[in-house]
Ligand binder design. Structure first.
Ligand SMILES: [Zn+2]
Length: 245
């Protein structure tokens, strides 16, 4: 399957983006990509790009019906709105999720909820995304962003045939898989210590992702005897986006 977004697919996705931006009055840079992994409908990630640069990668799965794809996009774009309007944020150290300015849940508790769908969907940002998905599908179909879309045989066909969808629980469950990685990307940090045993220089680094089985951050360790190599290594870490802790 080609992973390139076709022109008519792009038009449909952009119509949903335009509808949501107008509805919730937010602006964000959104880059649309196709997802080829089964079951994955989209993902919106809390990371430096989304939180600080207002830049989002939105994925859609072309293997879904258009009705379902549109609803999934409404779900994802609700999260884009939440992050863009600073309603949903990570704490500075990425160890907790803030909701409307208050610490709501720790990152490790949040990750545990991925396995408990019934609890997960009650999180306030999820509750809003699910409610929008159901509530805004029909208004989207009668919005100008959708009704004025034309000039393409594919789109005309889709518009004539798109129906109502009542999603099954299992289908909705698929949609939340997107968030599995949403907090996994924390900050990339390193710190240094000199004269650690026989090694003259040491660098501990955390890639923002790896955790110990208990959920705490996993630090890698590099030891150097040679100062030049040590300095070159730090330069390399910085170029990959690491900051000193
Ligand atoms: Zn969600």
């Amino acid at each position: 399957m080609s992973n390139k977004v076709k022109p008519y697919e792009k038009k449909i996705v952009n119509a949903v983006i335009g509808f949501m931006k107008a509805k919730f009055n937010f602006d964000a840079k959104i880059i649309v990509k196709k997802k080829d992994k089964d079951g994955l409908i989209g993902d919106v990630i809390l990371n430096n790009n989304s939180v600080n640069n207002n830049k989002f990668y939105l994925h859609f799965n072309p293997d879904q019906s258009y009705a379902m794809m549109i609803q999934a996009l409404i779900h994802e774009l609700t999260h884009v709105k939440q992050i863009s309007r600073k309603e949903l944020l990570p704490s500075d150290d990425y160890k907790a999720v803030l909701w409307r300015g208050k610490e709501f849940i720790s990152a490790s508790e949040y990750k545990k909820l991925f396995k408990k769908y019934s609890e997960y969907k009650k999180l306030p940002w999820e509750a809003e995304a699910y409610s929008n998905m159901k509530k805004l599908y029909k208004p989207f179909l009668s919005s100008k962003q959708w009704t004025e879309l034309s000039g393409d045989a594919n789109i005309d066909f889709i518009k004539q045939n798109i129906g109502e969808v009542k999603m099954k629980k299992s289908e909705i469950r698929e949609i939340i898989k997107e968030e599995l990685q949403s907090l996994n990307e924390g900050k990339k940090v390193y710190f240094t210590m000199d004269n650690l045993g026989s090694a003259k220089y040491s660098v501990s680094f955390y890639d923002g992702k790896k955790t110990h089985p208990d959920g705490s951050d996993f630090y890698g360790l590099h030891l150097f005897k040679n100062k030049k190599k040590y300095e070159a290594y730090i330069k390399e870490l910085k170029s990959q986006g690491y900051t000193e802790r």
